[in-house]
Design a protein around this ligand. Structure first.
Ligand code: ADP
Length: 213
């Protein structure tokens, strides 16, 4: 399975990516996490990326395409992968086509997570994230066992700078303008599989297994 996960910010792509990764034993490649790591490590790319991310804008294609290309050349993705957060524009989709061409492989699925703007804003403004391992929590529906502490690794949870309400609205606009048009591109290739962003957490694994099985 060679999959792109698409859907608006906050639709639960990350959660789905990890479940699919376990089900099919394939790695997840998450551009948001890779960029946040670069920001944390204060790399040359990270320093440039930070301002774009804090505003909710896309990080320039040159940086993101470079990071993805480098990752995709590693042998562990050759037998399958889930791309989470990439591509997000036509230029990035062109870059992905080139990378896969060079590797002599093709996408098999584009999983599209459908969710309304109201639910997205509600979810993201109450989201808390682990800066160390990327686990996500929600102030109402998915509290950590100990307040503000990550169940998985014990780190202090944070609210991402881009999970503030104005930035969320901007991320949604960017998504509609630049990313959503990719649905047509992948639809034309017959790759799209739709799934609701509102499937309950405890049903998600069975749902995805049946859908992709
Ligand atoms: P979400 O999907 O919830 O918006 P992500 O963690 O995927 O969150 O992305 C957070 C931010 O990282 C984006 O708003 C953007 O600034 C940057 N980013 C992630 N992936 C890309 C990408 N493919 N191209 C450009 N910027 C990206």
């Amino acid at each position: 399975m060679r999959m792109v996960l698409m859907g608006p910010p906050g639709s639960g792509k990350g959660t789905r990516a990890h479940i699919i990764s376990d089900l099919f034993d394939i790695p997840v490649v998450t551009t948001g996490d890779m960029l946040r790591e670069a920001v944390r490590d204060e790399t040359q790319y990270g320093k440039i990326a930070k301002d774009y991310m804090d505003r909710g804008d896309l990080v320039p294609d040159k940086i993101v395409n470079g990071i993805v290309r480098e990752r995709m050349m590693k042998p562990d993705v050759h037998d399958g992968f889930i791309l989470d957060g990439f591509p997000r524009s036509q230029t990035q989709a062109d870059a992905l086509d080139e990378i896969l061409d060079d590797l002599g492989i093709e996408l098999t699925h584009v999983l599209f997570v459908v969710l309304s703007d109201e639910v997205i804003i509600q979810r993201l403004s109450k989201r808390r994230s682990c800066p160390e391992c990327g686990a996500v929590y929600h102030l109402e529906s998915a509290l950590p066992k100990q307040k503000d502490i990550c169940d998985a690794c014990g780190a202090q949870l944070i609210q991402r700078d881009d999970d503030k309400e104005e930035v969320i609205k901007h991320r949604l606009e960017v998504y509609r303008e630049l990313t959503e048009p990719l649905l047509e591109r992948y639809g034309n290739r017959g790759l799209i599989v739709e799934t609701s962003g509102e499937v309950a957490m405890n049903e998600l694994k069975a749902h995805l297994k049946a859908l992709l099985g």
